[in-house]
Design a protein around this ligand. Sequence first.
Ligand code: SF4
Length: 326
Amino acid sequence: MILGDLEERLLDGGDPITFDEALDVAGLEGAEVPALISLAHRVRLARTGPGVELESIISAKTGACPEDCHFCSQSRHWRTPLLPEPFIDVQEMVGAAQAAEALGSTEFCIVLAIRGPDDRVMEQVLGAVDALHASTGMRVACSLGILDREQAAALAAAGVHRYNHNLEAARSFFPAICSTHTWEEREATCRLVVASGMGLCSGGIVGMGETLRQRVELAFELAALGPREVPVNFLNPRPGTPLQDRPLIGALEAVKTIALFRLVLPDAVIRPAGGRELILRDLQALGMLAGANALIVGNYLTTLGRSPDDDLRMLADLGMPVGRLG
Ligand code: SF4
């Protein structure tokens, strides 16, 4: 019943889904799940078209982050096996971007494990952005943590296409996973990004112990920011972090989460991100049919992805064309 009502509205750009409707959708089980997946797929086709965007990321500065995000192996607060690495050589970054472009990736994101950039980091990143623009045809994105207004303006002026800054979790749950910065600081950077003219890429991680209601809360808090892209990460409990023993969420639960995010954010690029291979396992294609329209090809920041060939074959099998969105 609820899905029928939503279909009429979401396919035609009518009234958006309400919080209570989304909560009902999040609780659907059993025989109703295929109908939810089907609706999310049709909303995706109607609102964003059939294409799937391939993106690549590079960890340009790894580990030793002063923040204490409980899910993150790059925090210096936890004893994890990760080896910190300083800012990587720009030519190495260009080489990685060219390899990703050859695979069909159209966006390359420079990611640094820092609270936020200082002047020296801004200079290094802006130099790398110029080098990537000069050497590839890729759109360049950045993920450098908390920004001030001038930094956001400088990145926008350098032609940075999107800026990633995840809310990570619902406002009501965030204090349980981080104490060194606030949810409000994350939100403020997201708003600066939008005001600067860069596209906002902001999502979160599911499976950190949040309730279903908090998962819905996160989706609505993201929607309020107007993100162009929403990475949906699934917790991959990293050894040594406070969340190392959290049980994995189920594959079908992850698929339902993608569908939920599609219904709440019908016009966004929805990207199953970290934890995709571990959590979705054989249901990765179903995840794409549940409203997703972007993928990271290649490796993640601290974990390995599956072979790009497997992803390209999956998209070909699904009849989903690869290309730039928006
Ligand atoms: S999620 Fe980002 S800010 Fe938090 S510890 Fe990891 S690298 Fe640092």
